[in-house]
Design a protein around this ligand. Structure first.
Ligand code: SAM
Length: 252
């Protein structure tokens, strides 16, 4: 089962592992500050970035696109509870973006937290980037983990106490020479008040994409204007030490 299909546990895990969503939103805003009127959040889940951004950028129309109807339900709840007018959601697989959003265009696209990397099929990936190249008008931001400094295989466990839960994450994976990572996450959530436990086994395959490959997929209309190593514009990407690999492409 995918952890994304359980919005409550997904939120808990996401928050416990990235308590700096605010920093991410600030970072995005500083890059997108130029005139943009519309933004597509690819794999935007329950609006973790789009909802706070939509409050800071009221003249921009946001679309959260995600394959999980459950997470989008949560996003829609927040949108109506907070009376937000400039965000809509669209359910669909990334592989179907060229069909689902065929006649739509956006000034900017973001894909945060190693997400567009779920498109593993090369032909589908080419189609998706062709669509991005033709239907995004100004800026594309793609955020991945810095896979260059990952070990080629890993079996590790981390435990965190967060909001009265003991969260144990077990990672198991191998990465091949083309940066295809195959493996699984096992999440165990123990409620420290009731001792109840939930366990989710989440197998996944992720195709990390080298920056030069993104350049090639987007084609000659696009230029990579920056590559950052964290959610801070002062940190240029460094293969050895950076935590993230965040590419910024602008249309020439
Ligand atoms: C790693 S999470 C990141 C979510 C969010 N961007 C964040 O920063 O927390 C990946 C998201 O992509 C969605 N997803 C994964 N594979 C997908 C696919 N092939 N098509 C559509 N959505 C997908 C999941 O539902 C989930 O919301």
């Amino acid at each position: 089962m995918k952890i994304y299909n359980n919005p409550e546990l997904f939120n808990l895990w996401r928050e416990s592992h990235e308590k700096k969503a605010n920093e991410e939103v600030q970072f995005l805003k500083s890059i997108l500050e130029k005139e943009i009127k519309s933004l597509l959040d690819i794999g935007g889940a329950d609006g973790v970035h789009t909802i706070p951004l939509s409050r800071k950028m009221k003249n921009v129309k946001f679309t959260i696109y995600d394959g999980s109807a459950n997470l989008l339900d949560n996003a829609n709840k927040k949108i109506s509870e907070q009376n937000i007018k400039n965000v809509k959601t669209q359910v669909g697989y990334f592989e179907n973006i060229p069909q689902v959003l065929a006649d739509q265009s956006f000034d900017a696209a973001i894909s945060m937290w190693t997400t567009i990397t779920y498109v593993n099929d090369l032909e589908k990936r080419k189609e998706l980037y062709k669509w991005l190249s033709e239907n995004i008008e100004k800026t594309i931001i793609i955020d991945q983990s810095n896979f260059y400094n990952y070990p080629k295989s890993d079996l590790s466990k981390s435990v965190e106490i967060f909001k009265n839960y003991e969260i144990t994450t077990t990672r198991k994976y191998t990465i091949n020479e083309n940066y295809l990572r195959t493996g699984s996450y096992t999440f165990n959530f123990k409620n420290l008040n009731t001792n109840e436990e939930d366990e989710i086994y989440d197998p996944e395959t992720v195709q990390f994409i080298e920056p030069e490959e993104i350049d090639k997929l987007l084609g000659t209309k696009w230029e990579r204007t920056n590559t950052f190593g964290s959610y801070n514009q002062k940190h240029k990407f460094d293969k050895k030490n950076s935590k993230r690999l965040i590419t910024i492409h602008e249309q020439k």
